[in-house]
Design a binder for this molecule. Structure first.
Ligand SMILES: Nc1nc2c(ncn2[C@@H]2O[C@H](COP(=O)(O)OP(=O)(O)O)[C@@H](O)[C@H]2O)c(=O)[nH]1
Ligand SMILES: [Mg+2]
Length: 370
């Protein structure tokens, strides 16, 4: 068990050592150990936080959840209003800065829950200012939409650092590897041509987590940090996008160059908007929808027309079973087969089984066996 303040002190010490150490072949292993040590302490502290029962009880609703993250005054509440019609400013000031305000955006047949969070403050990873509660909400999001004042865009990098320290990985894939623990035989590494941490680092990181025997299999390129994240198993992987707000106050050329600069630096999509003048909001909605990996499927009765006005919204990777579950879970048992036309079908009205994966824009007729 790690006491909160002593744990944080230890982390700060380790982080200082870490930043003082120059990266090279000789220090590589040492740096790996430092990072792994930090991760083990964080993990222990996290367990405690969870037990302490902090966190808002925000219920996810709709097809997906997007959180607005930004400094105070960046325009989060204004954006929530233009996206969802919910006016969080109607409530008094203290309330709006302390609570999560939900709104619902309907777009292209999907219901997208938007959460306006109280402004993140620097040092949230140390648990300042009730921010642990905010973090618990961010972790449930399907997409983080940074709301950034174009006149203070450096805040984006501060927020990204902060989230990274909180084990929220933005636009990163989950590490593609596996660990098969055993009781004897030492550590064996299996890798077929991917870029992975060197043997020393792998060994020391695993040892730091008290793993001494087993097989480590890499299925893709893996960095030192990804290895640690995988073993610590305490990260969430969330997509990010940026709403670069208040473009009505900036020169269009500057807007364009900043957009490109931020996209190059962060790998996130940047949508310049003005919440105040409702400029470029449709494009923002499109990007949000596109970033959520949602698909729309249209049902068609056997001898009728597809219901194009009323799509079923599902997550990417959904199958015919998921389609039916969405209609009524009780029907799943009775699926016989289905006919599919559209992107996932080899030809029109292809007959498929219940495991067939549907795609955005498919037209589906399910045949039941009652
Ligand atoms: N010029 C301009 N001002 C904006 C824009 N969006 C928000 N604001 C103003 O910025 C201030 C802070 O907005 P608010 O939505 O409360 O920010 P929050 O603290 O992030 O929720 C308010 O005075 C808004 O009217 C915008 O696109 N352009
Ligand atoms: Mg606000």
């Amino acid at each position: 068990m790690v006491d909160k303040s002593s744990g944080q002190k230890k982390i700060d010490e380790l982080q200082e050592q870490y930043s003082k150490t120059k990266y090279n072949k000789a220090t590589n292993k040492y740096l790996g150990i430092l990072r792994a040590k930090i991760a083990t302490i964080k993990k222990a502290m996290e367990g405690q936080t969870r037990r302490a029962g902090t966190g808002y009880s925000v219920r996810k609703s709709g097809n997906a959840t997007v959180v607005l993250v930004g400094f105070p005054n960046a325009g989060k509440s204004s954006l929530l209003r233009v996206l969802t019609g919910v006016d969080s400013k109607v409530a008094d000031y203290a309330f709006t800065t302390l609570d999560v305000i939900p709104g619902m955006l309907e777009y292209s047949g999907a219901k997208i829950q938007i959460l306006d969070l109280p402004g993140l403050i620097q040092g949230a990873h140390v648990g300042k200012g009730g921010s642990l509660k905010i973090i618990s909400v961010i972790r449930i999001a399907d997409l983080i939409l940074f709301v950034i004042d174009i006149n203070a865009h450096g805040q984006l990098y501060q927020l990204m650092d902060e989230l990274n320290m909180l084990n929220i990985r933005l636009n990163q894939k989950r590490p593609d590897m596996r660990l098969e623990k055993s009781f004897v035989g030492g550590l064996n590494i299996e890798n077929s041509g991917h870029r992975i941490p060197n043997k020393d680092v792998i060994q020391s990181v695993l040892n730091e987590f008290k793993i001494f025997n087993g097989k480590v299999i890499f299925y893709g390129d893996t960095t030192d940090q990804q290895l640690i994240d995988f073993v610590a198993d305490n990260c969430v992987y969330i997509r990010g996008a940026v709403a670069l707000n208040k473009i009505d106050t900036a020169d269009p050329k500057r807007v364009e160059s900043l957009k490109r600069e931020i996209e190059a630096k962060t790998g996130m999509r940047v949508i310049p908007i003005s919440a105040k003048m409702t400029e470029n909001i449709d494009s923002l909605k499109g990007t949000v929808f596109g970033g959520l990996d949602l698909i729309r499927v249209f049902l068609k009765p056997k001898d009728g027309n597809p219901d194009f006005g009323n799509p079923l919204v599902l997550e990417k990777g959904a199958s015919i079973i998921d389609v039916v579950r969405k209609i009524n879970t009780k029907l799943v048992k009775s699926i016989k087969y289905a006919y599919v036309s559209g992107p996932s079908a080899k030809f029109s009205n292809q007959r498929v089984g219940e495991d067939h994966k549907v795609m955005d824009g498919d037209v589906v007729t399910v045949i039941f066996d009652f």
